[in-house]
Structures are given as C-alpha cells and as structure tokens.
Design a binder for this molecule. Structure first.
Ligand SMILES: [Zn+2]
Length: 187
C-alpha cells in the first residue's frame, strides 16, 4: 500500500495538473475491462516505479474466491509470477535491480464462513490484482525501452495500456498480445 500511495503521489506531483489528457488517462485506470491491464511507469532519477493493475480474470481465469484445488493453484501461481519481476520486465538497455515488489491479490481478506463469502461475492462480482515495483537503475538515461513480458505468462491479457513519465516527459502506449508489440518505448 505504501508503494501505491507513493506512486500515486508521485504521479500527481509530476503531472502538476499540466496535462489534462494524461490526467484523464491516469484517472480512468480504474476501469475494469476483461482482457485489458494497465501499467504506470515512472522514472525519477535512477529510480523506476512500475504499477500494474489487472482484472483478476486475466491472471487466474475466474473472478471469485478460489473454491477448489485447481483454482487455488492458479491463484497462488499468479501471485508468484507477479512477484517475479525479473520474468515480467526486461531492461535490455541498462541494468535495473528490483528494490521492492508488493502484490495485492483479491479474496485475501475474509476468513468468514463460506455462506458469508458467497454473500460478498454476489455483491462484488469483479476483482483486480495490483502489483507495484521499485527498481534502481544503473544508467537511467540509457533506459529507452522496456520489454513487457506479461503476455506470455498470462494469456488472459490481450492488451496493456501503459502510461509513462520519464524524468518529467510523459506518454502513453497501447501494447497488445502480438509478439512484435510488447515493447514500451520511451522517447
Ligand atoms: Zn471482472
């Protein structure tokens, strides 16, 4: 949670209300569209902040609390993969080392009897995974592209909307599951 607050605060600070387009895009990241995920990428100095949001169905194939062994395995597998930042991002132009990763998975909060859980699920049919990462990059000025490897690991993701702010410059990109469209380029 700390990282998410930090990133949100940083985005607001960097945006400074100067770009309505970006603000609107950033504000709409909460939109829950099956098949789509969102990345916010902020480079400040040599510190790279990445935030990932996705509907749960993209990552585990369902959107309810796991209720059998197969679903429980898919759920814990998704959490593990999200925590494996080195499998998700490739910084070919410089070295960026992971400093911290935080994964927020849905369905973790209640330990209530099953009938209560079912009641909650009926009211709240959609759910999201959130992940935030902090990297320290050796030569941040050389970081001009990031290969986004979520598509191969999570076939349920068809598109990723990426918003980036690098040293004050900003842009957006639409990445898709097409093999030649996984690169977030920044310039
Ligand atoms: Zn949903």
């Amino acid at each position: 949670m700390v990282n998410r607050q930090l990133l949100t605060g940083l985005l607001l600070l960097l945006l400074g209300g100067s770009s309505h387009a970006f603000s609107a895009a950033a504000a709409s990241q909460g939109a829950h569209v099956h098949g789509e995920a969102t990345l916010n990428v902020v480079l400040e100095g040599n510190t790279l902040y990445i935030e990932f949001d996705s509907p749960a169905i993209n990552l585990i194939g369902f959107e309810h609390a796991p209720n059998n062994e197969e679903q429980a395995a898919a759920f814990s597998n998704a959490k593990q993969m999200l925590a494996s930042a080195e499998r998700l991002f490739d910084f070919s132009t410089t070295t960026c080392l992971l400093e911290n990763a935080e994964i927020e998975a849905p369905y973790m909060k209640n330990h209530e009897p099953a009938d209560h859980q079912n009641h909650h699920e009926a009211q709240q049919e959609h759910a999201d995974f959130h992940a935030s990462y902090i990297f320290q990059c050796e030569q941040a000025k050389d970081l001009t592209a990031i290969s986004i490897k979520f598509f191969a690991l999570f076939p349920g993701i068809q598109a990723i909307k990426a918003y980036w702010i690098f040293q004050g410059k900003q842009g957006a990109a639409s990445l898709t599951a097409d093999a030649d469209n996984h690169m977030l380029t920044v310039n």
